[in-house]
Design a protein around this ligand. Sequence first.
Ligand SMILES: [Zn+2]
Length: 140
Amino acid sequence: MTTPISRDRASALFFDGTARGELLLRRCEGCRHLAAPPVTVCPTCASTDLVWQRADGRATLVCWAIRRAADTETVAGIVELREGPWLRARVVGCAPERLAAGLPLRVRFDRPAVTDPAAPAPEAVPVFTPDEQRRTTPDE
Ligand SMILES: [Zn+2]
């Protein structure tokens, strides 16, 4: 059983994005560096002048771990977004034997099922699935 992710002040705009089907990054207005949330300070120039920028959703697999529990298998991955930042996210829709460094992936948004109607609705979370369109053109 996993606990649904819930928002706080720092993540509210990020989850507004995922609800719309958008993956948002933080772009530094000082040096244009892109970073994955939840950074609040630019890791390159220490500026706090960060704005949200939509990522195009393409990524490649960097590394992963397979968690097995009962009859379920979860792939916890680190992906490199096309824009550069790395993100921790689940990899779904991929048989374990297909997992490989550099595997082209595309973002998708998973909204966990509501199990407690009294609790806040679970946030849509970004997960990554193999990008079949790019399987034959990995150099794009
Ligand atoms: Zn910066």
